[in-house]
Design a protein around this ligand. Structure first.
Ligand code: ADP
Length: 344
């Protein structure tokens, strides 16, 4: 029936420290047409129905979880959604800390039972699914150019997955369900957004990113050239424009916070965080002999300057040996991983 097309037939959640991510499928089973039945039989298939529909992605701030709950309430879950047969309660796959923290709230407001899935399991399952099933998912970003990477299914593993959410997790992935969280750092997206908010009084993450786009970090960062009188430290291969100390220039002037342009502060902060993650990712890849590094998490937001800084850091530190790659569905790895678990 027409109504069930707009209803959610499957929903999965990833409720993180900053953002609650939703992946949901709206669609319908339909009977195969005659010619489709024939080709299905030829291919050895037995099913006479196919599932048609669309996968949707959306997010809410975790601090406004009520908005997320109201959204789900408005959308309604279709009658085909998995249920707990004992009590007829709708079962929703959920991951991230919020799957624990808000379990009672979802039960109370929506009569849902959150079926908790491990966060790292889901990140890896989501990344593997995207890298295998979605065309033009992974790409490099070098010198302002996006280039999609053709992934050879037989040569995907091992790789390093760097998920930049509020904090950062670095996971060595060796196969489906085969992985180890080998490193991480608390200097992540939450640090950028939190410090940025304090320094610039921005009200939204996107506003902070936009500011950083227009800024000049040289006003704030101490460069090699500032120390060497405008010239390179060529013996060590350090150009005069290399950052010697992030935010280091602010100590040598009488300026106070208000004298700095918020654009420049935002730019320095973004470079500091992105550079650091790029360098740590490279060191972690080196430690395990991994050549490919995929970056995910909502921090990236397809932002050119962020991706450029991370790519340059990986390229610089690895002397061109390792490559940073990004994912189009970067922020939804965990939610997608929880979603594909319906098939387990
Ligand atoms: P988590 O699961 O920890 O919430 P995410 O992958 O959702 O992690 O990423 C959260 C980070 O994404 C934030 O710390 C911030 O840097 C960045 N971000 C991107 N878009 C937004 C947004 N609209 N609101 C808040 N943070 C955002």
């Amino acid at each position: 029936d027409a109504q069930s097309d707009s209803q959610i037939s499957h929903l999965a959640l990833d409720i993180g420290g900053t953002l609650a991510k939703l992946v949901y499928f709206c669609g319908n089973k339909r009977l195969l047409k005659n010619d489709e039945v024939q080709s299905s039989v030829k291919a050895g298939g037995r099913s006479r129905t196919i599932i048609q529909g669309k996968l949707h992605f959306t997010k809410f701030e975790t601090s406004k979880i009520d908005e997320c709950i109201a959204f789900i309430n408005r959308k309604q879950l279709g009658s085909h959604h998995p249920k707990d047969l004992d009590n007829d309660r709708i079962v929703v796959k959920a991951t991230g800390g919020g799957a624990f923290k808000f379990a009672e709230l979802f039960k109370e407001k929506l009569d849902f039972c959150l079926d908790k899935e491990d966060e790292m399991d889901c990140l890896v399952a989501g990344a593997n699914f995207l890298l295998k099933a979605v065309d033009q998912e992974a790409f490099t970003y070098i010198g302002g150019q996006t280039e999609f990477v053709q992934i050879n299914q037989d040569d995907l593993y091992p790789y390093l997955l760097v998920n930049i959410g509020s904090g950062v997790s670095m996971i060595k992935v060796d196969g489906n369900g085969k992985f180890e969280r080998v490193s991480g750092t608390s200097l992540g997206g939450g640090t950028f957004w939190g410090l940025g908010k304090l320094l610039t009084k921005c009200n939204s993450f996107d506003e902070l990113l936009e500011l950083s786009h227009q800024g000049n970090n040289r006003v704030v960062d101490m460069l090699v050239g500032d120390i060497y009188g405008g010239i390179d430290y060529s013996k060590m291969g350090l150009s005069s424009t290399a950052i010697a100390s992030s935010f280091g220039k602010t100590i040598s002037t009488n300026k106070v916070l208000e004298n700095y342009r918020t654009e420049d502060l935002a730019r320095s902060l973004l470079r500091m965080i992105s550079n650091n993650i790029g360098q740590l990712a490279y060191l972690t890849a080196l430690r395990f002999g991994l050549k490919r590094i995929f970056f995910g998490g909502f921090f990236i937001r397809g932002h050119a300057y962020t991706m450029d800084t991370i790519s340059v850091a990986v390229h610089y530190w690895s002397k061109g040996e390792a490559q940073a790659m990004f994912l189009r569905h970067e922020g939804f790895l965990g939610a997608l991983g929880a979603f594909v678990n319906y098939n387990k």
